[in-house]
Design a protein. Structure first.
Length: 125
């Protein structure tokens, strides 16, 4: 019985150790707005990702950005399904930049689809 309890405890603890904090990975006091074409939307656990082809705000060069989003359940509760975003959608996304220098991954805090005005999260204008 004791061994079972240890295994169950270990099984619950490992995912917690693997999870990261948003503020430990991203600058939550900074926001960058990126506008561009959706390349890919991966609705998955533990975090969904949006891949966007946009212009680098510093250089103006075309660049691919990756936005980390919420879990499947969290996004479903917000009315988001895998069909919500499609490749080619023109989006404006607001995100917290990565703490890793040169990393093009951001934590998504808001999004607007230009074609029909669909919105999620914080206001992006």
């Amino acid at each position: 019985m004791r061994n079972r309890l240890l295994l169950v405890s270990f099984g619950l603890a490992v995912p917690l150790l693997a999870h990261h904090s948003i503020s430990g990975t991203y600058y939550t006091d900074q926001q960058i707005k990126i506008e561009g074409k959706l390349v890919e939307f991966n609705l998955r656990n533990p975090h969904s990702f949006v891949e966007l082809e946009g212009k680098d705000p510093k250089t103006g060069q075309p660049t691919r950005f990756s936005f980390e989003w919420g879990s499947v359940k969290r996004l479903e509760r917000a009315g988001i399904a895998k069909e919500t975003l499609k490749p080619g959608d023109w989006l404006v996304i607001l995100g917290n930049p990565s703490r890793k220098a040169g990393d093009r991954t951001l934590h998504m805090v808001g999004a607007v689809r230009k074609g029909d005005g669909w919105k999620w999260g914080r206001t992006v204008e």
